[in-house]
Design a protein around this ligand. Structure first.
Ligand SMILES: NC(=O)c1ccc[n+]([C@@H]2O[C@H](COP(=O)([O-])OP(=O)(O)OC[C@H]3O[C@@H](n4cnc5c(N)ncnc54)[C@H](OP(=O)(O)O)[C@@H]3O)[C@@H](O)[C@H]2O)c1
Length: 272
């Protein structure tokens, strides 16, 4: 089964299912996981300056011999590099570590109050330089997006946010949909929280799938891009095997009722 592509407002496409790499700081673990992901069929890799693994991902991708054009690489500008003068050099450093001359998607990692507005102008310049195919944001709420859309020339192609069956964010999803901003769901299996959930376990049994697979499938079926992380080859495969089955209307209704606003990562709601 092929991973479907989603068209972004930048006119480029992104594989809907990608590979998350947060908390893979150790060289051997990271390179082995990326190699396992590549042989499973993943072509979309999500990293960030703060993950401290761009160099390992760059090496593993280069060693694979897979043409660059067949890969989709996302990285993110970390908060400490969001000063106007630091964004460009930090981005060049990311390119060097990733052993590439462009990234497919560059995100501002967090809506840091003091820096996000000038930082977006710098992101636009980088986009115009041709060294990124698309620019976007991460952890932006509706309020942050409204400000950005009011003030910017180029709108974000993507908003990467925590989104899973326990944190469904319907208002943010609707806002992004209305403004042609693709939603990228991070922590799709809620970082491993409540893997014994009874409702999901029941649906999993019905489809002969695992709880994690139902959670990832829900993201895909809602139309989100998503990027589950695992360092274990069997789970890397399991998480990929979410392409070829469908949750029915009843399943989706039951899962809709699981939303409880649960955040397993950071909460940008109160960021001014
Ligand atoms: N933009 C942001 O601020 C932000 C924040 C958080 C995450 N992200 C991105 O989103 C990616 C995914 O989010 P995440 O890493 O937080 O959480 P996640 O993908 O929801 O969950 C990862 C956790 O679940 C375990 N796991 C993976 N597959 C499993 C399976 N099939 N069955 C049972 N457990 C499984 C993993 O352990 P093992 O590795 O041991 O399998 C790991 O502990 C990150 O890696 C990162 O690329 C972005």
């Amino acid at each position: 089964m092929n991973v479907p592509n989603i068209k972004l407002s930048s006119k480029t496409t992104i594989p809907q299912l990608g590979f998350g790499t947060w908390m893979m700081k150790e060289e051997r673990e990271c390179k082995n996981a990326v190699k396992a992901a590549l042989s499973t069929g993943y072509r979309h890799f999500d990293t960030a300056q703060i993950y401290e693994n761009e160099q390992f991902i760059g090496q593993a991708l280069a060693e694979s011999g897979i043409p660059r054009a067949e890969l989709f690489i996302t990285t993110k500008i970390w908060n400490d590099n969001m000063f106007w003068d630091d964004i460009g050099p930090s981005f060049e450093e990311s390119l060097k570590k990733l052993q590439t001359d462009y990234v497919d998607l560059l995100l501002l990692h967090f809506p840091v109050t003091e820096y996000r507005r000038p930082a977006w102008h710098r992101m636009q310049d980088i986009y115009k330089s041709g060294k990124v195919k698309a620019i976007g944001v991460s952890n932006y709420t509706i309020k942050h997006l409204e400000e950005l859309l009011r003030e910017s020339e180029i709108k974000p192609a993507v908003n990467q946010v925590e989104l899973h069956v326990f944190l469904q964010q319907p208002d943010l999803v609707q806002y992004c949909h209305d403004n042609d901003i693709a939603i990228e769901a991070y922590s799709p299996i809620a970082h491993g929280y409540d893997m014994d959930n009874k409702t999901i376990a029941k649906i999993a049994k019905k489809h002969g799938k695992s709880v994690a697979q139902i959670m990832i499938r829900w993201c895909l079926q809602k139309g989100f891009i998503t990027i589950p992380k695992s360092a274990r080859p069997e789970r890397i495969q399991e998480n990929f095997d979410t392409i070829g089955f469908t949750l029915d209307e009843e399943d989706m209704k039951e899962i809709a009722a699981l939303d409880k606003g649960l955040r397993t990562c950071w909460d940008p709601t109160h960021v001014a």
